[in-house]
Structures are given as structure tokens and as C-alpha cells.
Design a protein around this ligand. Structure first.
Ligand SMILES: [Zn+2]
Length: 327
């Protein structure tokens, strides 16, 4: 079994089993040639999440039930398993949310040291949780400075670059494969920010011979697909609540365009907050960004939607309190 990475943009090719988080020549996302070693079984119980259907025929894929509370565990498990195989002792990531928590968890069980660069704007609760999980947390004034600090450490540590690394994406494809049986007669609604989830679901379905019917859902502040694919609906204008849908210039935008086969729906706080509450009242404790898919499928009057519920709401007590106050 051997593998290598290459850059579709500039033609750079890496050596056999050399890991790079992004193209060392032009900075673009990389693609994978060959077969990487993957976890022979779930490391912390990631993947194979429940799919439930309500009385209206709406199907929900409960990705927020992954071990650290988000779909990111699929990509992190593949990434850190490879890091371990390659002999790395530490992993580094810049993130203020789900990716950081996921890296902390998988580093812990695999015996790797985790260093997490976060912006000062990150929630206190998440920083406390990261520390509690044993990660070394470095706080920076801005998101950009956190990213720069992480990139300075890629010589010594395995950098989990979830938006540009094909290894992370490979892990997300497992979600697409799991949905293949359902996807033949359902339209799949996927929140799209960095694009990893959208592209992973698309590639996983295609690998199973399914022609994907996918609607991407984005926030007004980070509607990168708006001028690239058909805008099916636009609801609301605010994005404060949608803190997982913030990537304005995703590096894999071309692949995202290909994956959003039916188009994009843009959903703002005004609508997402209502749907967030509605989901919670029915027992789906998800993060606000996850609620956008319910708004989108209702707006399109979709008869048999499949909604991907991406992240757990248990990290959002503060926001819930604000919502109750506002009522
Ligand atoms: Zn390149």
C-alpha cells in the first residue's frame, strides 16, 4: 500500500508517503493518489451515526452524535491515524470550534500531543473544554494570527488542515457512502462553509454509483456559492448565530460548485433561530448552523428531504439563554 499527494492546480507532486497539509508550492488544496492506511475500526466510535425519520417523512442524519459532537470526527480520525502511522508525536490545528475539540479527543486516545491555536473571540466554554481534554491552547488576537501560528509548526507537528488536506476529506467521504442507500430517492441538504462536508458527501455518493441530488445551505455572510450555482431561495440577512458557517473564500470552491448539484439556499439568523428552537423542542439538540437545513428544505417544499445535522447543541448553553431572554 502506498500513496502520494499532488496539486491539481500547479502540478506539484509529493514523494511517496510524504504528508503536506497544502501545496508547498502554491498553497492550494491537495489530492490523493493511491491508498492511505485507514483506521481498521472506529477509534472513538465515530461514523455509522443514526438516521431517523419523522412522521412527515423527513430523514435526519445525526452527525452531532459523533464522539466529540460533530461530523469532523470522521476527518480527524483518518488524519490522526495517519499521523500516528507516520511517526508524528504532535498535531497542530487552528480552530475555535468543532475541529479543535475533535483534534483534542483523537490526539488524546492516540497518544499524540495536541496544540490548538484559537482566536481570542472563541467561547470561554470551548477553551475550558479543550484544556480539560488535555490540549495545549494558545490564544491569539485574531483568527488569521492563529492560522499563521499553526502553519509555522508544520515541520515538527502534523497540521490538521481540514479545508485543504485530502486525508481529512477522505474521512468525510464515509458519510456519503453511508447515505448511498437513502440518496436514490431523497434530496440531501448539506450546510456548506469550508466545503469539506459538501465535497465529502458528494464524493462518497459518487463512489457508490449514486447520482447525488444535493442542496448546499450557506449563511448570508459566507455565501461563497451564491454567484456560482443556482440560488434556490434566500431567507434572512443576519449571520451572528451561524458561527460554523463563516468561511468566505473556501479553497475548494470549484469542487463545491460541482457538489452542489441542485443549487444553494441562503439562510440567515432570522429563520435559523426559529428552526433551531423547533428542532430542540423535538429532541434534536443541534448547533444553530445545523438548523439551516430544516429552513431550506421547508422553503423548497421538499417532499423527501434528508437533513444532515452537523454539530451538537450541548456546546451552546450561552446562546440558548440569550434566545430565551429575547422571546
Ligand atoms: Zn500547487
Amino acid at each position: 500500500m502506498s500513496w502520494s499527494l499532488y496539486c491539481p492546480k500547479c502540478g506539484w507532486e509529493g514523494g511517496s508517503e510524504d504528508y503536506y497539509p497544502f501545496c508547498p508550492k502554491c498553497g492550494s488544496p491537495l489530492e490523493l493518489k493511491g491508498t492511505i492506511p485507514v483506521p481498521p475500526k472506529p477509534i472513538l466510535g465515530e461514523g455509522n451515526t443514526p438516521l431517523v425519520e419523522d412522521e412527515r417523512g423527513v430523514a435526519y442524519k445525526l452527525e452531532y452524535l459523533n464522539p466529540t459532537g460533530s461530523f469532523k470526527d470522521r476527518g480527524t480520525s483518518y488524519s490522526l491515524y495517519l499521523a500516528k502511522q507516520l511517526g508524528y508525536k504532535c498535531v497542530v490545528v487552528d480552530s475555535s470550534g468543532n475541529t479543535a475539540l475533535s483534534v483534542a479527543g483523537y490526539a488524546g486516545i492516540l497518544g499524540l500531543k495536541a496544540r490548538v491555536h484559537v482566536p481570542a473571540s472563541a467561547s470561554k466554554g470551548k477553551i475550558a473544554l479543550l484544556k480539560f481534554m488535555g490540549a495545549e491552547v494558545v490564544i491569539h488576537p485574531t483568527r488569521e494570527l492563529a492560522a499563521e501560528a499553526a502553519r509555522r509548526e508544520i515541520q515538527e507537528c502534523f497540521y490538521v488542515a481540514h479545508a485543504t488536506s485530502p486525508i481529512f476529506l477522505k474521512g468525510i467521504e464515509s458519510l456519503g457512502r453511508e447515505l448511498a442507500g437513502e440518496a436514490s430517492d431523497r434530496t440531501i441538504f448539506v450546510p456548506a462553509s469550508s466545503g469539506t462536508l459538501l465535497i465529502g458527501v458528494y464524493r462518497g455518493l459518487v463512489s457508490q454509483g449514486v447520482e447525488p441530488r444535493i442542496v448546499a445551505v450557506q449563511s448570508p455572510a459566507a455565501a461563497s456559492l451564491a454567484n456560482r450555482v443556482k440560488v434556490l431561495e434566500r431567507l434572512g440577512s443576519k449571520s451572528r448565530l451561524l458561527d460554523a458557517l463563516v468561511v468566505k473564500n473556501p479553497p475548494r470552491i470549484e469542487e463545491m460548485v460541482e457538489a452542489a448539484t441542485l443549487g444553494v439556499v441562503i439562510v440567515g439568523d432570522e429563520y435559523a433561530s426559529v428552526a433551531w428552537r423547533r428542532l430542540a423542542e423535538r429532541g434534536f439538540i443541534v448547533e444553530p448552523s445545523s438548523a439551516t437545513v430544516l429552513v431550506a428544505s421547508d422553503a423548497l417544499g421538499e417532499a423527501r428531504p434528508l437533513l444532515i445535522l452537523t454539530g451538537s447543541g450541548l456546546k451552546y448553553h450561552d446562546r440558548m439563554a440569550e434566545e430565551i431572554e429575547a422571546k
